[in-house]
Write a protein that binds this ligand. Sequence first.
Ligand SMILES: [Zn+2]
Length: 205
Amino acid sequence: MNLVEAGRALAAESARFAALGWMRGTSGNLSVTLGRDPLRLAVTASGLDKGTLTETDVVEVDFHGDPVSGSLPPSAEAALHARIARVARAGAVVHLHQLAPVIAAERNPGGIVLRDLEMLKGFGRAAHDDEVRVPVVPNSQDMRVLGDAFEAGFDPATPALVVARHGVYVWGADLEQARHRAECLEWLLRFVNSVQGTDTPGGFA
Ligand SMILES: [Zn+2]
């Protein structure tokens, strides 16, 4: 996939996520891995409405999340995308500002446990007898701090990271798989929030 093809795919996926309310304002960012030696990613450009991106609203970045060429600034979070692409060997990473993971992290700061739910299959895990713990890390504006926290809790079987009071990163072999996993995880976390909400006095609605 070249940068133009990547830009086209990222714009289409961003529009889909924006329509779901998962990239409000100019929040969130998506990436695809263009190459591994050296590591190169195509990342959505910073500060743009994710509902109206075009194929040129994309930046090629390196191992550190720094731009390789072009004049558009990459997302500030590009460095974490690059780290996830490297450590998890992800082909695509989606970073979304969904509400469900943030509420779930508020209640489960040590990690969100999921098991015995059919939708876990869409997240790449088993529907029965497979305990999944989605890691939660504190928010930071320093991508190295976030990256270190991600790597410390990384489990190759769990393709997601929740950043408390911020949002979620979900990854997969390609954009479609990352999207499917993000959709299923959102359902799973809404379920957890609903179940826990009934037991939490003064909790979130
Ligand atoms: Zn964010």
